[in-house]
Design a protein. Structure first.
Length: 236
């Protein structure tokens, strides 16, 4: 799961807090568009320091980084409840429906069937925030149901693309193993390690097995976690 230029610039701002504009120019023509989007989202701001243009992360941006990396802090325990999000938005409001789908996907939900999304994670507060932000009161319904161990695997296989997730883990493991061999010679090992950790967090966020008690029995995911812990040594 390669990061976009905007995500890489965002990570650099989080890492160094203030970055001179000339250093961001390394991303070429896409840098201006990425910075414009970061500013529009309120995650970065442009300042002048000693007659030099600098960009820095905002408190709102710091909170967004924390949200994106929250999956790294999950304990692995599950309360045994599935969360269902149902919505009823007419075809004439397709743009609203598409925005809602993107918001749910960012929360790591899978699609059980049309307009029915599911996750093992407690996202009640996040859904309420989306409902308020998008003015969708009464258009979204949120339910919690107890697991049925006989159906868990069928639910996962229907709602998530496990093959794609496995490919992402394999790619992360390959890149992490290769990077760790040369990271000591990297001119900026902290930033390089952070980028790969960020990729790992994005994979975790979309993995329904993230919070499950049997995660450590999955060799692919176990190897990814061990590589992540090795990368963490470069940022702490």
């Amino acid at each position: 799961m390669a990061l976009s230029p905007m995500e890489e610039i965002f990570i650099l701002l989080e890492d160094e807090k203030q970055v001179p504009a000339y250093r961001i120019n390394r991303w070429g023509k896409v840098a201006s568009g990425a910075l414009a989007k970061l500013k529009k989202l309120g995650w970065a701001q442009k300042n002048t320091k000693s007659s030099e243009t600098v960009y820095q992360i905002t408190p709102k941006g710091e909170k967004e980084i924390d949200r994106l990396l929250a999956s790294l802090k999950t304990t692995g325990k599950w309360d045994g409840k599935w969360r269902l999000v149902l919505f009823d938005i007419p075809e004439v409001q397709r743009d609203v429906r598409d925005r809602l789908r993107r918001a749910l996907k960012r929360l790591g939900l899978g699609i059980l069937q049309a307009s029915v999304w599911i996750t093992p994670n407690n996202i009640k507060n996040e859904v309420a925030e989306i409902e308020k932000r998008m003015s969708l009161t009464s258009k979204i319904k949120y339910f919690e149901i107890s697991r049925n161990t006989n159906l868990d695997q069928k639910i996962i296989e229907k709602a998530w693309n496990l093959g794609e997730l496995s490919d992402q883990y394999r790619k992360f493991n390959f890149n992490a193993e290769r990077l760790l061999k040369t990271l000591n010679r990297d001119p900026n090992p902290r930033f390089t390690a952070k980028k790969l950790i960020f990729e790992y967090a994005l994979i975790l966020k979309n993995d329904p097995i993230l919070v499950w008690e049997f995660r450590q029995k999955d060799q692919l995911r176990k190897a990814a976690n061990e590589l992540y812990l090795k990368l963490r040594k470069y940022i702490t």
